[in-house]
Design a protein around this ligand. Sequence first.
Ligand SMILES: NC(=O)c1ccc[n+]([C@@H]2O[C@H](COP(=O)([O-])OP(=O)(O)OC[C@H]3O[C@@H](n4cnc5c(N)ncnc54)[C@H](O)[C@@H]3O)[C@@H](O)[C@H]2O)c1
Length: 264
Amino acid sequence: MRVVVSGICGKMGQSICKELLKEEGIEVVGGLDIKDKGMDVGSLLGSQKTKALVHDSYEQIKKYSPQLIIDFTIAEAAAKTIGWALENNIDIIVGTTGIDKKTLEKIKDQAERAQSKVFIVPNFSIGAVLMIKMSALITKYFDGCEIIELHHDKKKDAPSGTSVMTSEAIGKQKTFAHERLKEFESETAENSRGSFLNGIHVHSIRLPGLLAHQKVIFGTKGQTLTISHDSLDRTSFYPGVLLAIEGLKKLGNFTYGLDKLIEI
Ligand SMILES: NC(=O)c1ccc[n+]([C@@H]2O[C@H](COP(=O)([O-])OP(=O)(O)OC[C@H]3O[C@@H](n4cnc5c(N)ncnc54)[C@H](O)[C@@H]3O)[C@@H](O)[C@H]2O)c1
C-alpha cells in the first residue's frame, strides 16, 4: 500500500512514519508538510535515506499515486487535504483534532458522494477508546461525572477531542446536568468550574511533561469511581493507526472514531 503522511515533519507525523517504515506491505512514498520541502523522509527521521521526499504541494504528492493519506496537521489543513483526497479517489485517515462540527458535516456530505473513504480518528489510543466505552457502560450507576483532561503545553485546541467524545458517549446514556452551574453555585473566578459538554464539566490542564491523559470521575452516594488513561509515549497511538489502516476496508465512506473497530 502506497502511503503519504501529511504533517510528516511534526511530532505525530514523524513518530507514526518511523513505525510505518518498519511495516511489510506498506510503503511510505512521500510526505506532505509546509516545512522541510525536498528533504528525504529517511533523513528527516534520522534513519537510512529512502526514495520518498517531503513536498508542500498536492500536485507533487499526486505523482506518487498514493492509495492512502494519513494526516496529523492542523484542523484547517486537514479539512483541505480531506477534500483533495476525496476529489482524487484517495482514502484518508485523519488523526488531526479540532475539526469543527460544521466542517465535519461538509466532509461527510462530500465523502458520501465520493469513490474513496474518510476515517476521522480523534484518538488512536486503544486504551482511550476502551475508557470511553467503559464510561458509557457504567454511567447508569452514578449521579454525577466530571472529566479532567491533561495534555502537553503545545496542544492548540481545548477541550481535547477525547474529552468531547467521552462526554458525548456518556451523554447518550444519561444527562447528569442541564445547566453548567447549579442554582446555589457561583464562580468567584471566571470558569473555575470548567467547560460544560453534554451535561458534564470538563477541566483542561496543559503542562510541560505531560503527553495525553484523562480521568473520568463518577460519583454517587459515599463513593467515586475513576477511569484513568495515560498515553505516556507517542508510540501508544501506533497500534490504533495500524488497526485503522487494516479496518478501513470494512468501513463506509465516512467514519468517525476508532470505537467503530473495537468491540467490548
Ligand atoms: N488522533 C490521535 O490519536 C492524536 C494523537 C496526538 C496528536 N493528535 C493531533 O495530531 C495533530 C498534530 O499533532 P502534532 O503534535 O504532531 O503537531 P505538530 O505541530 O508537531 O505537527 C503538525 C505538522 O503539520 C504541519 N502542517 C501545518 N500546516 C500544514 C499544511 N497546511 N499542510 C501540510 N502540513 C502542515 C506542520 O508544519 C507540522 O510539521 C494535532 O491536531 C493533534 O491534536 C492526534
